[in-house]
Ligand binder design. Sequence first.
Ligand code: NAG
Ligand code: NAG
Length: 380
Amino acid sequence: MLLFLLGYILCFRDIAKLNNCFVDAAKVIKTIHGDSYECVDIYKQRAFDHRTMRNHLLQHKMHWISSLKNSKQKPKSDKKFGFLWENGVGCPINTVPIQKITNDKLLRLNLHFDKYKPKGSWNFTNNQNSINKIQHHFAVARTKKGERKNYNGASMVVSVNDPEVKYPQFSSARMHVQMGDDFIQVGWTINPSLYPDFKPRSFVYTKAGKNQCYNSMCSSGIILVRRDIPLGVIRGPPTVRGAKPSAYDTYRILKDKANDRWWLEFGGINIGFWPSKIFQQSFANDIEWGGEAYTASLPGPQMGNGYFPLLDPNYDAHICNITTVDENYKIDGMVKNIETFSDNNHGYKVYEDLDSGLPVGHIIYFGGPGIILKKDKKIM
Ligand SMILES: *[C@@H]1O[C@H](CO)[C@@H](O)[C@H](O)[C@H]1NC(C)=O
Ligand SMILES: *[C@@H]1O[C@H](CO)[C@@H](O)[C@H](O)[C@H]1NC(C)=O
């Protein structure tokens, strides 16, 4: 009994070194913030239920980890993210952390799901007057429609902010990659229907045909490959307005020709992929960077940091160092072919600056208080 206890204590004390004594036994692990994740066998992720994946799975069972090593998408960093977890390591080998979501939550998510799904801005117009009907708001910079290109990738560096949101609203800062009618969105969101609190958390949203979902919640969801990097993890600390930004996140979406997958790189690390055949087409047409807010009623939630931009990185929510990758894999760090769009600039505004004089590349400032009045009143 004593020996057992002693072993137990040792095990907890040296948890980081003695991975196996704790992790292998656990199916559910917790982040340092107390969120529960289930460690799911890599090949039992929901995306492997997708019809295009059934054969893929058999053919590629061992292949895709090794192809990762050989491909262009080789991880640029060996950095480990054990520090995100209570157990100091993450999930056991060959499993990945999937957010535990209660049936209750799924039900609620589906209840207002249709209207509430993330969108691109292209179907919306400037200063839409039927404001009561419009529930999605955008303050974004996006590639110009007339100059359609075929993109193989895009990236951004996004400041982490904490706009005020009320259930069941959401407010996101994201990159949106449109492929025909399908798309991928990545960034942070404050979304109390999806997550348990009002903090900025990372998210991925996939639309592929009739299938669409957050993170790994459906068979078109992203296939995770890291055992130590969860989706939905709290980002931050959120930037204090007027001070130097305290937190940035880097996201890149890049198609790997070698294995025909779209990869998501987060902080320079490949964390997951989508087989490109689940999408209608194999390239992206349009990219968009900026804020998206959803509300069922007025006033809307804040976007960015809740203020209209002053064109100063220390005062504004922003996305900088944007890039696109063209059909020949040439990286464009200028991205001159963009336009700004806000569907209602009484609530949300956006500006872009290609020539700020700061080492931020092409920068997009966005945000606003979300107070949208019917009359053309100016709100500051
Ligand atoms: C615009 O709306 C139509 C009809 O609802 C939809 O089929 C299409 O995918 C939308 N386009 C974009 C770019 O969101
Ligand atoms: C943006 O890119 C520049 C130059 O490549 C780099 O110095 C800077 O640190 C980047 N900014 C952020 C916030 O990552």
